[in-house]
Design a protein around this ligand. Structure first.
Ligand code: CU
Length: 159
């Protein structure tokens, strides 16, 4: 009887270990990334395009922040930065027709500034769900108004 109980206990423990391994998704930051591009500004217009972004927890994203305008712009969202695990931010430049990585930044990222004609890639995995409306660019225009006041704001949803 005693041996029988031990066998069941061992079997149950084995089943728990087995199912835990079945649920572990492994290194989430090592997946193939889902690419999403956001334009920071358009020539003569201070906007995010698109200005509504949607992500899912557990997936790796490569968010390409591209600035096709003539002004520098920020991608700032404190709320968003609290809901993601950043794998890296990298700066890539095309040299002799080939994309060349100039720099990689690791660790928590709060905001990114992209200069006219340049781009940056934010690689992250969302780890919490929520909706934030604090995406903005705080750079001030010549008239003293911030780009956010001129409409450079946006919304981010993580499901
Ligand atoms: Cu701006």
């Amino acid at each position: 009887m005693r041996l029988f109980v031990q066998a069941i206990a061992a079997g149950a423990a084995g089943a728990i270990i087995g199912s835990a391994a079945g649920y572990a998704a492994g290194n989430l930051a090592g997946q193939q990334p889902i690419e999403i591009t956001v334009d920071l500004g358009k020539p003569g217009e201070h906007v995010f395009a698109p200005n509504q972004l949607k992500f899912e927890t557990g997936k790796l994203y490569k968010l390409i922040l591209r600035n096709p305008s003539n002004d520098p712009h920020y991608f700032t969202s404190h709320g968003f930065s609290q809901m993601v695990y950043t794998r890296k931010v990298q700066v890539v430049q095309t040299r002799d027709g080939k994309p060349t990585t100039l720099a990689e930044f690791k660790g928590a990222i709060r905001e990114i500034e992209v200069y006219p004609g340049q781009s940056a890639e934010w690689w992250f995995v969302p780890v919490a769900t929520g909706r934030v409306t604090d995406l903005l660019c705080s750079i001030k225009d010549k008239d003293g108004k911030s780009h956010a006041e001129l409409g450079m704001v946006g919304e981010i949803v993580i499901e």
